[in-house]
Design a protein around this ligand. Structure first.
Ligand code: A3P
Length: 283
C-alpha cells in the first residue's frame, strides 16, 4: 500500500498528496509473496463486511471466536506490514487473506494453487466517496484537495489501487473460474440472504435458516459499526485520526458529494465496462 502511495505522489507532482516521510515503501518480498499458498479473499470495497461474513461461515458461526480477535488479525492484509503474511503460514487452516491488489499484481501461485477467491466490487461513485473519506482519516498520507479533486484523480485512475475499471474488469473476466466468486456491495445491500447463500455455496458450507437470520442481524451496518472487532476502533489514534471507518454504509451516498458533471464522468467509466456484461447500480 505504501508503494502505491509513493507512486501517486509522483503522478501528481505532489500537488495533492503529502506522505508521512517516516513510513517507507515495502518490498513485496517482505510479505513472503513468493510463498503465497493460502486462501485469499480478494476485495475492493465492502471488504470488511464480506470478511466478517466469510469468517463466520467458515468458522461454524462462532461469534465469540470472531469477537475475540480483530478482523485485521483474522485476515492479514497482503500488502500491509501488519500483521504480515508470514503469520498466515503459521495459522491453522482455513486461512484468510485480505488484499486490495488487482489480479494482475497477485503472485503466480494463485493460478497454480487455485485458492478460493471472493472479489467484491462497489459502484465507483460510492467507492470514490468512501475512499476519499478514508484518505482524510488515515494519518500516514494527507490529501490536500477536495472531493471533486479526488474524484477527478479517481476517474484518471491515479488513486490507490486504480485504475478502478481495470481492477474490476480483471476480476470480472475471471468470474467463471471455479475458484473465483465475484459479488458486489450492492448485491449484499439488495439481497443479503441470497448473496450470502451464494458465498456459502462457493465456500462449500451449509447454513440453517436461523444461522442465516442471525448472520444478517450481526452484519447489519449499525451492529458492525459498534462492533469493536470489525470497526477499526483499535486504529483510532494509531493509523487513523479523526473520522469513522464505518462511515455511512449506503448505496447512493455519492449524491451528497459529487457534482453532476463528475457523475457523468463516472457514468462514462461504467458504460465502458458494459459490453463485457458488467453493470453497476448506484442508487
Ligand atoms: P462508506 O464509507 O460508504 O460508509 P472496506 O471495508 O472495503 O474499506 O469498505 C468500507 C465501506 O464498507 C464503508 O463504506 C463502510 O461503511 C462499508 N461497510 C462496512 N460494513 C458494512 C455493513 N455491515 N453494511 C454496509 N456497509 C458496510
Amino acid at each position: 500500500m505504501y508503494a502505491s502511495l509513493a507512486k501517486i505522489t509522483r503522478h501528481n507532482g505532489g500537488s495533492f498528496w503529502r506522505r508521512n516521510p517516516s513510513l517507507r515503501s515495502q518490498n513485496s518480498s517482505d510479505y513472503g509473496l513468493t510463498r503465497f499458498r493460502s486462501k485469499p479473499n480478494i476485495v475492493e470495497d465492502g471488504t470488511t463486511w464480506l470478511q466478517e461474513i466469510v469468517y463466520l461461515i467458515c468458522n461454524d458461526f462462532d461469534y465469540e471466536k470472531a469477537q475475540a480477535t480483530t478482523i485485521e488479525d483474522r485476515f492479514p492484509f497482503l500488502e500491509f506490514p501488519y500483521p504480515g503474511v508470514k503469520v498466515v503460514a503459521q495459522s491453522p487452516p482455513p486461512r484468510f487473506i485480505k488484499t486490495h491488489l488487482p489480479f494482475s499484481l497477485l503472485p503466480k501461485q494463485l493460478d497454480e494453487k487455485k485458492p478460493k477467491v471472493i472479489y467484491i466490487a462497489r459502484n465507483p461513485k460510492d467507492t470514490a466517496v468512501s475512499l476519499q473519506a478514508f484518505t482524510k482519516m488515515i494519518n500516514y498520507v494527507t490529501f490536500l484537495g477536495n472531493m471533486e479533486d479526488f474524484a477527478q484523480l479517481f476517474v484518471e485512475g491515479t488513486v490507490f489501487y486504480g485504475p478502478w475499471e481495470k481492477h474490476v474488469k480483471e476480476a470480472w473476466d475471471r468470474r467463471d473460474e471455479e475458484n473465483i466468486l465475484f459479488v458486489t456491495y450492492e448485491d449484499l445491500h439488495k439481497d443479503f440472504r441470497g448473496t450470502v447463500q451464494d458465498i456459502a455455496r462457493f465456500l462449500e458450507k451449509s447454513m440453517s435458516e436461523s444461522q442465516l437470520r442471525a448472520l444478517e442481524v450481526h452484519c447489519s451496518f449499525s451492529l458492525m459499526q459498534s462492533n469493536d472487532s470489525v470497526n477499526y476502533s483499535w486504529q483510532q489514534g494509531v493509523l487513523f485520526g479523526e473520522g469513522q471507518f464505518m462511515r455511512k454504509g449506503k448505496v447512493g451516498d455519492w449524491k451528497n458529494h459529487l457534482s453532476s458533471e463528475m457523475s457523468d464522468k463516472f457514468d462514462a467509466m461504467v458504460t465502458s465496462l458494459e459490453p463485457s456484461g458488467l453493470h453497476f447500480v448506484d442508487s
